[in-house]
Design a protein around this ligand. Sequence first.
Ligand code: HMG
Length: 389
Amino acid sequence: MKVGIDKLRFASAHQYVDMVELARARHAAPDKYTIGIGQTQMAVIPPSQDIVTLAANAAAPMLTATDLAAIDLLIVGTESGIDNSKASAIYVAHLLGLSSRCRTIEMKEACYAATAGIQLAQAHVRMHPDKKALVIGADIARYGLNTPGEPTQGGGAMAMLISADPQVLALSTESAVLSQDVMDFWRPLYHTTALVDGKYSSNIYIDYFQDVFQEYLIKTQTPAADLAALVFHLPYTKMGLKALRSVLPQVTETQQRDWLRHFEYSRKLNRRVGNLYTGSLYLSLLSLLLTDPNLRPGDQLGLFSYGSGAEGEFYTGTLQPDYQRGLDLGLPQRLQRRQRVDVTTYERAFNGQLAWVADDQQTDWQSDPHRFVLTGQQNEQRQYLDRQA
Ligand code: HMG
């Protein structure tokens, strides 16, 4: 039985900052940000969006009444939690109108959690082929203003519907996993921004990729040449390019050119959003599927998921005949329609997130065009609004 990604859809903020402008404000060479790091725009998440609203905004438009009735598992992967106890998925299930018989949980392991969610969802659907699972990776990447990590911020949510006979990608049951205690990036409970050893984390990422890539090829006896394209977790798009270059000597020059060409499509949309932690690999997959004219049904795609701390997984998926039907076809236009804001406005949004205090607070949600918004906090409870309710 084929099980995999039936539909996928992305949501982020309605505004972005231009990386050349940000580089100038930080007295950095623009080429460092646009070429050295590989980002051209960065999503500016307003205080009226958090992981709950991003997740609901990503998923709601793609779910039909039939989907809603069949979903009995919702997993939100995130490292931008809003509560130490209650799962963000409960709020998301409520906003989406999922059944109260749906199992609803939040998962954490840095940027890797959405992949763990997909693997659990895949196993669940294999046991219950008439059911569907919704997996959402939702995050806001925050390193701080004027930090080396700043140009690798961003945010958004990728929603993926996992089902039998999927429209987009049939997933392999085999995968290769590596999990070890590594201090490359972490965020203690008292921090709102990540702590990171940037260079170390980039080296560990490549080590992990090489390890799980080789392990997968050996374990499944797959020749590297069988993989039409490789798709990466993209904390910044140059990171994936570095990892890809590290395995190019394993294939012919023609295949090297093919992999590099596919890679350029796979980073197109990530270049315009920035890091979105758990959803990043899957935005790259969507970018490849939406923009690359050289893909064919039947192509086998390799997926590399990496979460600091650290856990990595390599697995594959086979492109299905009608894969375009399950894609978020309007995404390039939505990104195009976003409003460009200056660095001062970006900094105000960055500093204006709801404070981690008990006081009642309000956001400027009226200026946020999304269906689901966070209006503030009252009596220590976050307040969500569905404009269509
Ligand atoms: P930095 O020290 O400011 O940058 O931090 P740099 O000096 O290393 O320069 C970056 C690149 O720009 C270099 O290229 C320079 O040569 C180049 P490279 O040698 O790496 O190929 N450069 C230029 N290129 C063209 N023209 C110029 C120019 N100047 C310099 N004029 C760093 C960069 C990525 C370390 C920093 O932004 C950072 O710490 N980011 C956050 C950490 C991160 O993203 N790590 C990635 C791996 S870990 C991961 O993926 C997990 C994660 O998503 C979290 C999770 O799992 O939850 C982060």
